[in-house]
Design a protein around this ligand. Structure first.
Ligand SMILES: Nc1nc2c(ncn2[C@@H]2O[C@H](COP(=O)(O)OP(=O)(O)OP(=O)(O)O)[C@@H](O)[C@H]2O)c(=O)[nH]1
Length: 251
């Protein structure tokens, strides 16, 4: 039976588009930057997920994030190169420090990934508070948001069932993905096959595709502009100045 899950569809679509691109001489005039923040309790695996996406593997060792971890990866979607920047952060600490960091963290964000640990019910119960915090920083339902249940490789210790998580995701209009940063192919059914990055990658790519379709590059000719000059602008908002002040090394 054909697998119609969003992740598989995104992956198949990506392969087709990559094949189509190979036949073209693509001139990339500028690189768009999408900023995706990854939010959830300490220890749910935010750092490992973003590392898996940007570096393609599980980190050998991790320490509790102090401040914000920024990572970036250049991807190609529909023959356009797009920089996907991810940030994960431990949003705790002294109130004064936390306040300024939080404001910076939530600025110019394009999408939010909420993460809980499927083996830790308390991390799931914290989600409403994280969603509320995002709302307070103007990141409500108009911003693409997804829910990720991480650590699915630990099948024997699962405390948050798929059905409960799905209900929660539905009630907040978010798609749900269950995965493992450690063994991305062990999502849900307990079958690990060596942990390549496809599944985690497909999750972030699904978000990037959504952002790309929401924020098309607009080709425009300036009034009275010189012939042959094409100006590129972004759709609704942009990752220009905001991206630069955001923290990625080259954003
Ligand atoms: N078994 C398993 N362990 C994982 C997985 N993802 C992360 N871990 C482990 O969980 C612990 C916490 O992972 P981190 O990625 O540092 O978690 P975090 O959410 O970034 O934590 P903070 O930086 O404190 O906010 C580490 O010991 C990881 O090795 C996973 O998919 N499966």
């Amino acid at each position: 039976m054909e697998d119609t899950s969003p992740v598989t569809q995104a992956r198949v679509g990506e392969q087709k588009r990559a094949a189509a691109c190979r036949g073209h001489d693509v001139k990339v005039m500028m690189t768009r930057i999408f900023k995706i923040i990854v939010i959830g309790d300490s220890g749910v695996g935010k750092t490992c997920l973003t590392y898996r996406f940007s570096a393609g593997r599980f980190p050998e060792k991790t320490e509790a994030t102090i401040g914000v971890d920024f990572r970036e990866r250049l991807v190609e979607i529909d023959c356009e190169k797009i920089k996907v920047c991810t940030a994960d952060s431990l949003l705790t600490g002294q109130e004064r420090f936390r306040k300024s960091m939080v404001q910076h963290y939530y600025r110019n964000v394009h999408a939010v990934v909420f993460v809980y640990d499927v083996t830790n019910a308390s991390s799931f119960r914290s989600l409403p508070a994280w969603i509320e915090e995002c709302k307070q920083h103007a990141l409500g339902t108009e911003v693409p948001r997804i829910l990720v249940g991480n650590k699915c490789d630990l099948q024997d210790s699962v405390q948050v069932g798929t059905d409960v998580a799905q209900q929660f995701a539905d009630s907040h209009s978010m798609p749900l993905f269950e995965t493992s940063a450690k063994n991305p192919n062990s999502q849900g059914d307990g079958s690990c096959d060596g942990g390549n990055s496809d599944h985690v990658e497909a999750i972030f790519m699904t978000v990037a595709h959504k952002l790309k379709s929401q924020k098309p590059l607009v080709l425009s000719q300036p009034p009275g502009g010189s012939e042959g000059t094409v100006h590129l602008s972004r759709g609704r908002d942009d990752g220009g100045d905001g991206a630069r002040s955001w923290g990625c090394s080259s954003c």
